[in-house]
Write a protein that binds this ligand. Structure first.
Ligand SMILES: Cc1cc2nc3c(=O)[nH]c(=O)nc-3n(C[C@H](O)[C@H](O)[C@H](O)COP(=O)(O)OP(=O)(O)OC[C@H]3O[C@@H](n4cnc5c(N)ncnc54)[C@H](O)[C@@H]3O)c2cc1C
Length: 353
């Protein structure tokens, strides 16, 4: 079977690899260099997703297992998957109560959450954090992992090439009609670009009030005292990166991003929040600023499967793409070779009909 995969972000790379391993003849076409994609810059927190939707939770739990399978299958010179967990705490009574409710939700689902004192966290997990003024508990999610997209992508694409995949970078597909005849199946893994390929795809437009789609990701220069796991402090999320760098994200500042914003001014505000949380990182400077648009389906759930009315077209669009990519690669390969996957069944496009 000949397959054209549009997109070389995390989803396209994983789909291409798994399809080639299953025997398909695969070509990947990407407008951007893989290291310029949103996936390469993403925050990269991968976890079980409790959006009070059992199907989504089950998908994300299996996705954590698929992360391990991908690492086991792809020998890479550098690690991209880190199982150090994730820390969360609140600023005040109200946000501490919100954190408690989230933790209770995960516990009910059987997902491990530990409640720690700030002193325990500094002693046992992250000695560099400034938690003296934190009064409430710190929640530790030991099964959460983080993924370095810019390490994963070249490794997975190299392995895909070794399995026979042709990767063509710098080509923009203007319309599906123009390429539909080139393959038996076209798989749209174009992230936010899926909206241009499939204009009826129910994705939220950038700036939609329902959910934040635009996001700013700031990578720092190497710092003296980094963290080793994901940290969600009030107003600042931190993820360790290669060479003692950090990737920073401030959810509240994303609201200020406008369509033409290059993020440079906001990035200074992001990095200014770092010393209060991690005093040993006062030497951090901005190394890279990236404004990304999350591919967010209208109901917040992933879209996975054939496109009704478009013979031979399959689409994947999700805003939890770093979490789900390894699993969605496996699922797409199975499904396109004729074996529908029950995990993907709740996420078909037909639900919007
Ligand atoms: C601030 C922020 C934080 C995030 N944090 C997390 C997180 O912690 N965990 C998580 O799981 N997810 C997170 N996400 C979301 C995650 O980054 C995305 O879901 C994921 O990167 C999407 O991957 P993708 O492969 O679908 O798309 P992308 O990485 O965007 O790749 C799309 C590919 O399609 C190509 N393309 C597009 N249009 C065309 C075209 N017409 N022709 C040819 N090629 C085309 C592009 O060049 C690219 O190769 C975050 C996003 C943001 C913005």
């Amino acid at each position: 079977m000949k397959v054209l995969v549009i997109g070389a972000g995390a989803i396209g790379a994983c789909v291409a690899l798994r399809l080639a391993e299953a025997g398909a003849l695969v070509t990947v076409v990407s407008r951007e260099e893989p290291l310029d994609t949103l996936s390469a810059h993403s925050f990269g927190w991968a976890n079980a997703i409790d959006e009070k939707n059992t199907d989504y939770y089950n998908l994300s739990i299996e996705a954590l297992a698929a992360q391990e399978r991908l690492v086991a299958d792809v020998a890479a010179p550098e690690r991209w998957l880190f199982g150090q967990g994730n820390l969360h705490w609140g600023r005040d009574e109200a946000s501490a109560a919100a954190q408690r409710a989230i933790a209770d939700g995960y516990r009910e689902l059987g997902y491990p959450v530990e409640e720690m004192t700030p002193e325990q966290v500094v002693r046992d997990l992250e000695p560099g954090l400034a938690l003296e003024n934190v009064t409430g508990p710190v929640y530790f999610y030991p099964r959460d992992v983080h993924v370095l997209g810019d390490v994963l992508l070249p490794a997975v694409l190299d392995k895909a090439r070794a399995a026979g995949v042709e990767v063509r970078v710098g080509e923009r597909i203007e319309s599906l009609d123009a390429v539909r005849g080139d393959a038996d199946v076209v798989v749209c893994c174009a992230g936010r670009g899926n909206a241009g390929l499939l204009p009826d795809l129910p994705l939220l437009p950038p700036g939609a009030p329902e959910r934040l789609t635009r996001g700013l990701l700031v990578r720092t220069t190497p710092v003296s005292a980094p963290v080793t796991r994901i940290v969600h402090a009030p107003g600042l999320s931190i993820r360790p990166h290669t060479g003692r760098r950090l990737v920073l994200h401030c959810h509240d500042l994303d609201h200020a991003l406008t369509e033409s914003d290059d993020g440079e001014a906001l990035a200074r505000q992001v990095i200014a929040r770092l010393p209060e949380v991690l005093p040993g990182a006062t030497d951090a400077e901005v190394e890279n600023v990236f404004v990304g648009v999350r591919p967010v389906p209208r109901d917040g759930m992933p879209i996975v499967g054939p496109v009704p009315g478009r013979d031979g077209v399959y689409v994947i669009a999700t805003h939890s793409g770093l979490t789900l990519a390894p699993l969605l690669g496996e699922i797409a390969a199975r499904e396109l070779l004729g074996d529908p996957d029950p995990l993907a069944e709740p996420f078909r496009l037909t639900r919007f009909a």
